[in-house]
Design a protein around this ligand. Structure first.
Ligand SMILES: Cc1ncc(COP(=O)(O)O)c(C=O)c1O
Length: 350
């Protein structure tokens, strides 16, 4: 039986978390002189910005939980999902000893956060369609491997990982299986959030940075069992989500009904890019995408990247990523931006 307590680093099991002034206070009061705030005046008036924010973001979580149809105690909020990635590694991986596993190519922060925490990152190469094959699963079990990060839809490749392979991993692996769904709003598949109750070792990451258009606010979500969420709350920085972020995210969610329209417009832009890019002579392959970007194999990624930069167009050169030789990653822009990219590429010659 999976028990998160068997995975959590022993020092975290026994440590006493920081207890903030607002954690300890319960009840009614009219004078708050407990947190060394400025009670006189804030340079941004009428917003309570002179006060520390709710450390557990209750109002915000209630709204998110109702939209995502999860219980409050299955939800953790991070300063971007990048913070959740880092905290998950710190929660279960002993520095200098434990390992994290990813399937490459994939999102770079799993590597950066592992490195920062002195944790070895093991990588298994995805196949030529950027999928996990059954024989790769033999390499998964290592006693020191504590987390598998799966990114679906994957960055930079854009594809969803096959559900059967993910399910096999969830069933066979004794550690945490983290499915990073930063791009799930653009995909034609339900979230793994719906299956949390089946897999006690499942953690799902989502973010407000992509479809919601709130990258600047830094707000990410982790969904998992209440036991895992309790541990993440134990180790997080006390006020990791600012009051401004909490207020603005709540405001954005009042307009949640607009999200579908925005996503479908972005997906139309993706289709336009896929169709037009694939007709260009300097494009060798356009990979299928379930995200808000497309991976494109071109004749010479370094040269075309520099050429576009010269035209004031910044794409992401992924040529040095495993399996991505001569590939550029292009985010779906506005209609006008997409057209300008195509026009620039049409005018390019080696
Ligand atoms: C797969 C993936 N996960 C997480 C993130 C980071 O998201 P956030 O802005 O919530 O930190 C990104 C950002 O590009 C991403 O591509």
């Amino acid at each position: 039986m999976f028990d998160i307590k068997n995975l959590v680093r022993p020092n975290i099991l026994v440590m006493k978390p920081y207890s903030s002034a607002r954690d300890e206070f319960k009840g009614e009061a009219s004078i708050f002189i407990d947190a060394n705030e400025n009670n006189l005046e804030s340079l941004i008036p009428n917003q309570n910005f002179n006060r520390y924010p709710d450390p557990y973001q209750r109002k915000l979580k209630e709204k998110i939980a109702s939209i995502k149809k999860v219980n409050l105690n299955q939800l953790f909020l991070g300063n971007g999902s990048d913070e959740a990635i880092d905290l998950l590694i710190r929660l279960v991986c002993k520095p200098g000893f434990d390992e994290v596993l990813t399937f490459s190519p994939t999102y770079g922060m799993y590597d950066v956060s592992s490195n920062l925490n002195d944790v070895v990152l093991r990588q298994i190469r995805l196949d030529e369609n950027f999928q996990i094959q059954p024989e790769m699963l033999e390499d998964v079990i290592h006693t020191n491997t504590k987390i598998i990060f799966l990114c679906s839809p994957n960055n930079p490749t854009g594809n969803l990982l096959d559900s059967q392979s993910i399910e096999s991993l969830l069933k066979m692996f004794y550690g945490l299986v983290v499915i990073d769904e930063a791009y799930i709003d653009f995909a034609n598949q339900p979230s793994w959030i719906n299956r949390l109750s089946e897999f006690p070792n499942l953690v799902v990451l989502q973010t407000f940075s992509k479809a919601w258009g709130l990258a600047a606010l830094r707000l990410g979500m982790a969904f998992a069992s209440p036991e895992i969420i309790t541990f993440l709350n134990k180790i997080k920085p006390p006020y990791n989500i600012s009051e401004a972020t909490q207020l603005l995210a709540l405001k954005a969610m009042e307009q949640a009904d607009k999200l579908g329209g925005i996503v479908s417009e972005i997906n139309q832009g993706r289709q336009y890019l896929q169709e037009t890019l694939s007709k260009l002579t300097n494009v060798r392959k356009v990979y299928p995408s379930d995200a808000n970007f497309v991976l494109v194999e071109v004749t010479n990624a370094d040269k075309i990247y520099a050429y576009l930069l010269d035209k004031g167009i910044v794409v992401r050169n992924r040529t040095n990523q495993p399996g991505c030789y001569n590939c550029l990653r292009v985010t779906v822009g506005t209609q006008a931006e997409n057209k300008k990219l195509i026009q620039a590429l049409e005018a390019y010659s080696d």
